[in-house]
Design a protein around this ligand. Structure first.
Ligand SMILES: Nc1ncnc2c1ncn2[C@@H]1O[C@H](COP(=O)(O)OP(=O)(O)OP(=O)(O)O)[C@@H](O)[C@H]1O
Ligand SMILES: [Mg+2]
Length: 451
């Protein structure tokens, strides 16, 4: 097997490495890249099939590795002699093959031409939480569990089910459903992880009175980019809001959306499956694929988080508002979902009331959705401003502050349907303790609510 090499190496020893590599049988240097952008562009253009990268390469992260893998480019790490630290860093990122200036000729040829060098940035291979990613010294998942008592991996459960809660613009109630669904799942005895993936207007931390400074999604994404995210570290970042309910809070301000890249989201979701039996994703409204709108395919994509979340989910709850505008948006949303990878949507119509759609609202809504969007089996959540306002004001779930409300009981039924258990009826009193945020700053919420 021959190989065309793209190099992106430290300039101090790049020339020596290129000289060595270029003399190897069946190997040629296709392009010497000045930086990561150059390397990614060369890979996209098909100028090579192996990327030789050094640990010092600025910006090299899992997202970049994903890009290379997507273009069929294998990645091999390189360092000067004695570059153990760089080698360790690259291994942590999921690059197992490594060469240096003193590597014997046969080993160099093997590393650069062997199909075994295929790696790794391909999600699910090096990212598999069951596989060590950081070299021989990395403990296996089981060792990590033993070492780290904080990792609450369900002992006998298989990989968790991922439920995306998504709906179009207009604040139809995605977060209300996501938060209460996750809390009902946990109260029913099934471990749940709620992840705030709304990069336009995160709200889960406030809805649940979880401390604002909880590190959450941004920290998990950063750890993923650095190659240090695993199940125990994800468990540490996802605060326990109630027994059996972990919460990964969202990015604190919408302007930080660029920090959350799709490869990180993929890994977070994959690891989350080992952390809880049900993972509920509160997704942002926008699923326009901004990559298609841009000539620069390497630019960060505003909606990539939502698109990645939908693609990785097993179930999709499509939330719409029960009024003429909300229902029309729901119909368009079904069309939009048809253009992206996502599970079949299960419709949930929220704030159902006769005053906005006329008498017998459920029949009217069901008929419209069936006729215009082909949607059946609609779940109806009643309009209940008293219950949701009380929940918002107190930072509690409906289970805590409106346990007998039809709204809460219906969400409980959705949870029971997902987990195959009977719905729970919990007493009205607070049934857990959790770190509480100060009440006063709550008005800072939702920088773009209603977007
Ligand atoms: N069934 C309901 N009855 C009355 N009010 C509701 C109901 N569901 C949600 N609300 C209220 O509607 C508002 C928007 O709800 P929520 O934040 O859940 O929507 P969202 O779709 O997540 O919006 P955003 O675009 O801000 O993310 C909130 O004030 C919430 O309390
Ligand atoms: Mg929301």
């Amino acid at each position: 097997m021959s190989a065309t090499i793209l190099t992106a190496l430290d300039p101090d020893w790049e020339g020596r490495m290129v000289e060595i590599v270029d003399r190897l049988p069946g190997v040629g240097v296709g392009r010497r890249c000045a930086d990561l952008a150059d390397l990614l562009a060369a890979a996209s253009a098909g100028h090579g099939d192996v990327a030789l990268v050094s640990g010092e390469l600025r910006g090299l992260d899992r997202d970049a590795l994903s890009h290379l893998a997507d273009h069929g480019v294998r990645v091999v790490g390189a360092s000067r002699e004695g570059g153990e630290e760089q080698e360790r860093q690259l291994r942590q990122l999921g690059i197992p093959q490594h060469i240096h200036l003193g590597t014997p000729r046969e080993a160099l040829v093997a590393a650069l031409t062997s199909p075994d060098a295929i790696m790794t940035a391909i999600p699910g291979l090096a990212l598999d939480p069951g596989e060590p990613v950081a070299g021989e010294n990395t403990p296996s998942r089981i060792e990590q569990e033993v070492e780290d008592e904080q990792a609450p991996l369900p002992p006998d459960e298989g990989p968790g089910t991922v439920v995306a809660v998504w709906g179009p613009t207009g604040a139809p109630g995605r977060s209300t459903l996501a938060v209460n669904l996750a809390s009902e799942v946990a109260a029913g005895g099934t471990s749940a992880l709620l992840v705030d993936m709304d990069t336009y207007g995160a709200s889960v931390a406030q809805l649940l009175s979880v401390l604002d400074e909880a590190p959450g999604l941004a920290a998990a994404a950063r750890a993923s980019e650095l190659g240090t995210l695993d199940v125990p570290s994800l468990a540490r970042l996802a605060v326990e809001a109630a027994p059996g309910l972990r919460v990964l809070t969202g990015i604190p301000t919408a302007s930080r959306w660029t920090e959350v890249r799709p490869a990180a989201i993929e890994q977070i979701i994959e690891l989350a499956r080992s952390l809880a039996a049900v993972i509920v994703l509160d997704c942002g409204f926008n699923i326009e694929d901004d990559e298609e709108l841009s000539y620069d395919t390497l630019a960060p994509r505003r909606n990539a988080t939502t698109l990645t979340a939908l693609a990785a989910s097993d179930e999709l709850l499509l939330v719409g508002a029960a009024d003429p505008i909300g229902l029309q948006r729901m119909v368009r949303a079904v069309e939009a979902l048809g253009q992206v990878p996502a599970p079949r949507p299960r419709p949930v119509v929220n704030r159902v009331r006769a005053s906005s759609v006329g008498p017998d609202p459920r029949r009217r809504i069901a008929e419209s959705l069936q006729r215009f969007a082909g949607l059946d089996d609609v779940t109806f959540l009643p309009d209940d401003p008293a219950a949701t306002d009380a929940a918002l004001l107190s930072g509690q779930t409906l289970m805590e502050c409106a346990p007998e409300s039809e709204l809460r009981l219906t969400i409980g039924q959705v949870a029971a349907h997902l987990t195959g258990r009977t719905p729970t009826r919990r007493p009205a009193r607070r049934w857990w303790r959790r770190p509480r945020a100060a009440r006063v700053p709550r008005m800072r919420s939702h920088p773009q609510r209603g977007a």
